[in-house]
Design a protein. Structure first.
Length: 183
């Protein structure tokens, strides 16, 4: 016998989520034709856990897009996959998740086509990205909402902003004032 046996009830008790539930929020954006040499777009994704920035992602996309829709749907797919990874990581750490994840984007056509399934797409990689986002929405993993482009925080990851625009988007995360904690 290798060691003492542990009952199944004890094992299940050890894997129960502990603490207060957390809510995940993600902002995604893409900048079409960001790199003038190669013509590739850049993706910017900002993940928040309980309104605290937890992770960010900024990278040139692998494909060259000629339309904004294509670069935005690829960014939405990347954000969806990262949301699923973040939620899985939190669950494995024993953190309870508070419902669906919130995802915000600034392209109304991507959000509409993802939440209302009736679109037909011609490019295969756009169709695959669309179906990945649509599957996550249909399986109640996330909600996808529209936010105005001027209020989308990943603009600091995808566009060259001046100080005034940069500060207006970042200040709410640095100096967030919510409800006072009840100790």
């Amino acid at each position: 016998m290798i060691g003492p046996t542990v009952s199944m009830a004890t094992q299940k008790k050890n894997y129960l989520p502990r603490g207060k539930p957390v809510r995940t929020t993600t902002f995604e954006d893409a900048n079409l034709l960001h790199d003038l040499t190669t013509g590739r777009s850049v993706t910017g994704i900002l993940h928040l856990v309980n309104q605290t920035p937890a992770a960010w992602f900024c990278k040139l996309q692998n494909s060259v897009e000629t339309a904004t829709y294509g670069s935005e749907i690829v960014a939405a797919r990347l954000a969806t996959e990262q949301i699923m990874d973040l939620r899985y990581t939190l669950r494995m750490l024993g953190v309870p998740i508070d419902g669906k994840a919130y995802m915000f984007g600034d392209n109304q056509s991507v959000i509409t086509s993802s939440t209302i399934p009736h679109s037909s797409l011609n490019k295969r990689h756009n169709a695959l990205s669309y179906h990945r986002v649509r599957e996550a929405i249909a399986s109640n993993v996330l909600w996808f909402f529209y936010v105005k482009s001027k209020d989308n925080p990943p603009d600091v990851l995808t566009k060259f902003c001046g100080h005034a625009a940069f500060w207006r988007l970042i200040k709410p995360f640095l100096f967030w004032r919510g409800e006072p904690s009840k100790l």
